[in-house]
Design a protein around this ligand. Structure first.
Ligand SMILES: Cc1cc2nc3c(=O)[nH]c(=O)nc-3n(C[C@H](O)[C@H](O)[C@H](O)COP(=O)(O)O)c2cc1C
Ligand code: SF4
Ligand code: SF4
Length: 261
């Protein structure tokens, strides 16, 4: 049995799927008198999290793992002697590579009480060839229902954070390797700015979670990209494109002002 205190959810969302999920969870927690705050991972200092509160962690799956800057945040979270309660939720298109297993081990080693993990299928944001608005709506509605159910499981001591067998653990090791990070960094150089459209508003620079874009007359990309998609999706002038193998559509679950809230 555990007793949840005030809840601090640290989250990242590239294109809005994860934001929709944490907003739903926050509403459900608040409706049940659990004061809940949302904090953006990219703007938070992991060393300063309040270990007296219940901690939530939410992020998208990427390369059957998650983005390196999210791993960096997790590794920098402090160890605790207070048996700090922690839960996680990730959003994904298809298959996560069993990331919940290694994460449970990491938090157990740091002394946390790992009360629940959930993976929620949402629409694909990785260079989709087409976007079926109707199907996506249904997927999102299902995802939000799952998030609501999960929140009640957490509140009622009914959630689980499963251990995973060896194979997904090995997959995780491969997918979070520096090889894939290097590939993302290289691929990130395929983003191009259309100077005829760009108004130099700086939104892409502010949105990048890893400070990979700088203003130099026009925005330019450095070599730290982790392919979260944000800059391209939320450029208000549609001035950012990406050279890829196939023509793809741009997916976003929410508008920019909601992402920034
Ligand atoms: C670079 C990248 C890699 C991805 N890799 C996976 C993956 O390995 N497995 C999967 O099921 N979905 C994958 N996805 C899809 C996202 O996890 C999914 O659409 C997620 O809900 C996006 O959340 P967000 O809108 O909060 O960023 C990937 C997306 C991106 C951009
Ligand atoms: S968000 Fe778009 S318009 Fe604004 S600076 Fe970046 S590329 Fe230019
Ligand atoms: S450059 Fe764009 S896609 Fe790459 S990490 Fe930054 S915001 Fe995400």
């Amino acid at each position: 049995m555990y007793k949840m205190t005030n809840i601090d959810i640290y989250y990242f969302s590239g294109t809005g799927n994860t934001k929709l999920i944490v907003d739903k969870m926050k509403d459900c927690f608040n409706a049940n008198n659990f004061k809940t705050n949302l904090y953006k991972i990219e703007k938070s200092n992991p060393e300063k999290i309040n270990l007296k509160n219940t901690i939530g962690l939410a992020f998208p799956v990427a390369f059957q793992s998650t983005y390196k800057f999210i791993w960096d945040f997790i590794y920098k979270m402090p160890a605790t002697r207070k048996k700090t309660i922690i839960f996680m939720v990730d959003t994904l298109h298809l298959f996560s590579g069993g990331i919940v297993g290694p994460l449970k081990q990491i938090f157990k080693n740091k002394g946390y009480n790992t009360i629940g993990a959930k993976e929620i299928i949402m629409p694909n944001n990785l260079y989709p060839q087409k976007i079926n608005v109707k199907k996506n709506k249904i997927k999102i509605a299902k995802g939000l229902k799952k998030a609501e159910k999960y929140t009640y499981e957490l509140i009622n001591n009914k959630s689980k954070w499963i251990n995973i067998p060896l194979l997904p653990y090995m997959l995780h090791k491969v997918s979070s390797s520096s090889f894939l990070l290097k590939k993302s960094n290289e691929l990130g150089k395929r983003y191009k700015i259309d100077k005829n459209r760009c108004t130099k508003c700086g939104i892409c620079i502010n949105l990048c979670p890893v400070q990979n874009i700088i203003m130099n007359d026009y925005p330019i990309y450095l070599d730290k990209c982790q392919l979260c998609q944000r800059c391209m999706i939320y450029c208000p002038e549609n001035a950012i494109s990406f050279k890829f193998l196939w023509k793809f559509k741009k997916y976003k679950a929410i508008e920019l002002d909601e992402l920034l809230k």
